[in-house]
Design a binder for this molecule. Structure first.
Ligand SMILES: [Zn+2]
Length: 111
């Protein structure tokens, strides 16, 4: 258990950095398609609440994957540097794609 257990939620997302200095965003989502969780390879069915893990590269570009919330919590959370809670508005697809169009030094700090 960490202080981020059970997060993210509809109102809040989590963000921090990987060891390589890429941004990692952990966002609550409702699945529109069938996915396999990247952590356990188990199913995420249509309509399931789960988390999207989105990377925004230090040099630009984005990449995302789908996870069970618990798998992300068990496997990923301890690897995220400086993880903190932000408003889920900061982690909309548009905003993250726009962050990915700039290198890390030219991005605004999320609130
Ligand atoms: Zn899983």
């Amino acid at each position: 258990m960490t202080r981020f257990s059970g997060q993210p939620s509809r109102k809040t997302s989590l963000t921090g950095l990987t060891d390589e200095g890429d941004e990692i965003w952990i966002i609550r989502s409702i699945s529109q398609k069938f996915y396999n969780c990247l952590g356990c390879r188990g199913p995420i069915e249509i309509g399931d609440e789960h988390v999207v893990v989105q990377y925004v590269g230090k040099a630009g570009g984005t990449e995302h994957s789908h996870w069970h919330q618990r798998c992300a919590e068990e496997i990923l959370y301890s690897q995220v540097r400086g993880m903190r809670q932000v408003s889920s508005k900061e982690s909309s697809r548009d905003r993250l794609e726009s962050r990915g169009r700039r290198p890390a030094g030219r991005r605004r700090r999320p609130r």
